[in-house]
Design a protein around this ligand. Sequence first.
Ligand code: GLN
Length: 480
Amino acid sequence: MGLNDLSIEKLRDLLKKKEISVMDIVRDIEAGIAQDDKHELPLNAYINFDINRIKKEAGDLIGNSGKIENTLLKGVPIAIKDLINVIHTPTTCGSNILKNYVSPYDATAITLLKKNGGVPSGKLNMDEFAMGSSNENSYFGAVRNPHDRSKIPGGSSGGPASAVAGNLAVAALGTDTGGSIRQPASMCGVFGIKPTYGRVSRYGLVAYASSFDQIGPITKTVMDGALLLEAVSGYDPKDSTSANVETPVFSDYVGKSIGDLTIGIPDEYFGEGLDDEVRTIVEQGISTLKEAGTGVKRIKLSYTKYAIATYYIIATAEASSNLARFDGIRYGTRYVKTEDLETLYKENRSIGFGDEVKRRILLGTFTLSSGYYDAYYLKAQKARTLIREDFTQAFDEVDIIVTPVSPIPAWDLGQMVDDPLQMYLSDIYTVPVNLAGLPAASVNCGKTSGGLPVGLQLIANHFNESDIFRTASVVEGKVG
Ligand code: GLN
């Protein structure tokens, strides 16, 4: 057992008492990764783990603050999904086109992380440009699920979830555009929270779909999620969609009573396509909350059936525009030498992007083109408003909406790679939350007979993450 097995909460304590040093933890993580690499089926959770760079970060932090023991995270190493910029470190986004890119600056979330005593420690594998639900779309190879290495870890933050669940990281920062924190957290049996849109700055996060993207924690415990979210939240003038709201002390809410809360159960999330075992486990989670004293109401989220189509139209439209900058001139590796500009764009992008990214750029460009704009993009924006209003009405009656995260547990590697539509449909319970900009978490709720974890999704009203932490800690207390 190494220090890599422990939570932020435990390590903070040991660091404070000076029983261990930051580098003791980093060395244990390094040893854990080296050992896993020797496994017949390695998790492949990291794209980059540069011990010298991490040492330098740790040294700077200790040297600069002088009072690291007074910070929130006290020097605990935090691994970072490889689309968040960390200075002097590669940011590949899991893509061939950015494999040589080294960031000249820190994202605001990283600046805040360091200010609060977190040491960025390694860059984690992911679906290319965060497009995917299985982490099989990475240029750096697929990631495996530590609970069963023949299964996917979920995506697109498969690296973060697999590393945290497999004890190759203490905790991680991921991103969630349509479920990429919650779904892999659910499949790997760890905690993950997507904050309210605007809670965490997107400055320095490589954009996939800007009106959805949010950075958030993936952690071993609910308390760790609260500590890490607190560390990276806050208003940032460099992100025009950043919200100027106060950051609550989230950790104060972990373990607090939930007797005053009413939970809402939407019929639409328990219909056809929901796996029987997942249903049973989620229903047990709901019973746990009832026993803890919550009121329960059935609610309607009638526009849920349009969520997948709406999300995949708007997200791909935004992606087609955001990814235009990767052309081998402004950003990205230049693979060809030619005088002809069009050939240069075409060749660089054809070589640099993988199939799924190309599919989405084509789809997004199509829905934005003049003949189809009204029929697809504009209509999707209207549907987005209706989906948002569904939630607004529901939150007039209830405090937390409780649903499954994924209709099925982790599936076999390779099972859905040839069926992108099937893969998109598996996002049914997570994308509505992003369409509405709401905060939502996945907390582990139990395991299937095959030993695969199943998460419970807790959705709250805008900027009400505190109630999510209260509720999640009750479920965690029961399941362990
Ligand atoms: N699976 C969704 C997609 O591929 C969500 C991805 C994400 O949240 N980054 O778009």
